[in-house]
Ligand binder design. Structure first.
Ligand code: Q9C
Ligand code: ZN
Length: 650
């Protein structure tokens, strides 16, 4: 099981035949640049490469009218003047004698990818295609798009595999109005798009790209910008446009290539990891190539490189999120109990005010400058030879571990282990001393870059002392920032310097902020409360802190179900580039160690089970923490509201 890459070089055979500054950016080099990037970094070689076949006219007919398909078919025999005249009938479109062939290959590639994922041949994949698809409509080409590749793929997944819930995430910088129209009244396809809007002044200049568009009829609530885990989809299709990336002449935004690794990783916890991504826009060749590589690398299971920069959300982004929540609240019970405080009138931008976005954005030269050092860094960060290692206190228990994990047999030097143990004299003896030696060796592997992540199983009652040793060892080994997410009865070690360690304890007691680096919150008892806690508190704190290493410690009476522990471990892989050590007590919970090993190897976490709304006390606790922590941890301002019921209000 791996990652599919679907492509056909014939898709480079369509191009603009006349002068048109608007359309010239949609060029064949987009595909060759992306592919060269993948090849140079050895990523293509790690994928299952599939050659695209043309979609049939019947397949096109799932979305497009026979008249429109016939019209595109006829372009094969038109001359240049006729092609140009026809192109003018649409907005931002050009036709070429090869357009029909390429557009059918693009659809065919998307369908093959869905087949590969849904038959279980691969976990996930990317279709590198052109022309793109998300602006295309039943009877119209639009915005370089001829057939709607992703929409046809969604129809195919419903018809051929009987899927009932498909999530489409569209991260192209333009609104995919084509997909929105096609599924406007269809509640089985949730269309999520983020896009540049500028209060309607950004192409395609549509009112219906705004937050108030929520779908029609039965489909109300299914055209949305929505936090990512509520709908519980069976398949995730990504309209993967990279024109939101830095340097893009269309989008003029500044998402770094790394952002796409993190976006991809967030999607990976959904739908059992079944992700089909299909290329849409992206017109700065180097930025496109790097962003595609970031996505494919993450699909392949590699850790995400750290996100650099100031972790502060901008005011206008917060306002956009707020207005989406307001528009969606009538359709999703979850959004009615909103953790986020409503923005005061003084902070709101008046509707329609144009923001100085263009002036602030980088020129191409600036983008090149920002991209090239990143390149260097990418090459300098080698993949650790070992992905996941497990240190067990009792060796026999290894049988239950998934294949692919390294069993940590080696121990740290005896003197070293004893020196650490002396700090906690009464707690490490015999068996627990042996376990400590292995854990120290495993931790050393993580800190030296030999091992990506690990699980440490401690002997009975030794968890707290082990956590103390791990923290001290990390700090003495040059870790600048260590995030500790501690569950159950574990106290923050005394005499820790602030700043270096962010201690977040999720335990039975009430919410409390001892300091900006010492926080505790109760473990929610509902799925909704748990998701709110993870998405609305843990994740913003983790990304805001930018740790080098994450320690997830399950102490006595942690009360976490295996699926909850798996989701937590899965999201905590993001902020520290996958450097995470999970500490669990005793082999008695070996099933837990097994589940954790699976997610640390890159598998999707299991389902959390039936959905229960967060309780009022859980919401109150989160609100309280948010209010107290926001001055220091600004990402909390953008925190998702607590997720609610799995289906919208009828
Ligand atoms: N210069 C895709 O990204 N041009 N289509 C807008 C502003 C059309 C974008 C005019 C952009 C179409 C798939
Ligand atoms: Zn676009």
């Amino acid at each position: 099981m791996g990652t599919a890459l679907v492509y056909h070089e014939d898709m480079t055979a369509t191009r603009l035949l006349w002068d048109d500054p608007e359309c010239e950016i949609e060029c064949p080099e987009r595909l060759t640049a992306a592919l060269d990037g993948l090849r140079q970094r050895g990523l293509q070689q790690r994928c299952l490469c599939l050659t695209a076949c043309e979609a049939s006219e019947e397949e096109l007919g799932m979305v497009h009218s026979p008249e429109y398909v016939a019209l595109v078919r006829r372009t094969q025999t038109l001359d240049k003047e006729e092609l140009q005249a026809l192109s003018k009938q649409f907005d931002a479109v050009y036709f070429h004698p090869n357009t029909f062939h390429c557009a059918r290959l693009a659809v065919g590639a998307a369908l093959q990818l869905v087949d590969a994922v849904l038959t279980g041949a691969v976990h996930n994949g990317l279709a590198l295609v052109r022309p793109p698809g998300h602006h295309s409509q039943k009877e119209a080409a639009n915005g370089f798009c001829v057939f709607n590749n992703v929409a046809i793929a969604a129809k195919h997944a419903k018809q051929k595999y009987g899927l009932q819930r498909i999530l489409i995430v569209d991260w192209d910088i333009h609104h995919g109005q084509g997909i929105q129209y096609i599924f406007d009244d269809d509640p089985s396809v949730l269309y999520f798009s983020w896009h540049r809007y500028e209060h309607g002044r950004f192409w395609p200049f549509l009112q219906e790209s705004d937050a108030h568009a929520v779908g029609q009829g039965q489909g109300q609530g299914f055209t949305v910008n929505l936090p990512w885990n509520q709908f519980d989809p069976e398949l995730v299709l990504v309209s993967a446009g990279f024109d939101s990336a830095i340097g893009d002449p269309e989008g003029r935004m500044r998402a770094t290539p790394e952002c796409f690794a993190h976006l991809t990783q967030l999607m990976q916890v959904l739908a059992g990891g079944r992700i089909c991504a299909v290329l849409e826009g992206g017109y700065h060749l180097e930025s496109l190539a790097q962003s595609v590589c970031m996505m494919v690398q993450t699909l392949l299971g590699d850790p995400t490189p750290p996100l650099l920069g100031l972790m502060v959300p901008c005011q206008s982004a917060l306002e956009s999120i707020q207005s989406v929540q307001t528009a969606q609240a009538p359709h999703w019970t979850s959004l009615q109990q909103n953790v986020a405080p409503v923005l005061g009138p003084s902070t709101r931008f008046p509707e329609g005010r144009s923001l100085p976005l263009l002036a602030e954005n980088p020129t191409y030269e600036a983008a090149e400058a920002a991209l090239s050092p990143l390149q260097g860094e990418l090459c300098l960060r080698p993949t650790p030879p070992i992905c996941t290692a497990v240190a067990l206190a009792v060796p026999g228990a290894a049988l239950a571990l998934p294949p692919g994990v390294l069993l940590q047999e080696e121990s740290a030097l005896r003197e070293e282990t004893e020196a650490w143990a002396r700090l906690h004299k009464s707690l490490f003896q015999d068996e627990s001393l042996v376990a400590l030696g292995k854990i120290l060796c495993l931790l050393g592997g993580i800190l030296d870059g030999q091992v990506r992540n690990g699980i440490a199983v401690t002997a009975a009652l030794a968890t707290a002392a082990t956590v103390e040793v791990i923290i001290q060892r990390c700090l003495s080994h040059g870790a600048q920032r260590l995030l500790c997410v501690a569950l159950g009865q574990l106290d923050r070690p005394l005499d820790l310097a602030d700043d270096g360690v962010l201690w977040l304890n999720i335990r039975g007691k009430e919410a409390a902020v001892e300091s900006m680096f010492h926080i505790s919150t109760p473990l929610p008892q509902t799925t909704g409360g748990f998701l709110s806690c993870i998405l609305g508190l843990v994740l913003p704190l983790a990304y805001g802190f930018q740790p080098d290493v994450v320690l997830m410690a399950l102490g006595p009476a942690h009360g976490l179900q295996n699926a909850q522990a798996a989701l937590l471990a899965s999201v905590l892989r993001g902020p520290a580039g996958g450097r995470i050590l999970a500490v669990v007590e005793e082999e008695s919970i070996l099933q837990l160690a097994r589940t954790l090993a699976q997610v640390l190897l890159g598998e999707a976490p299991p389902s959390l089970g039936p959905f229960l709304m967060a309780s009022p006390e859980e919401i109150r606790a989160l609100r309280l923490l948010k209010a107290q922590l926001e001055p220091r941890w600004k990402l909390l301002q953008a925190a998702a509201p607590p997720p609610g019921s799995c289906s919208p209000i009828a």
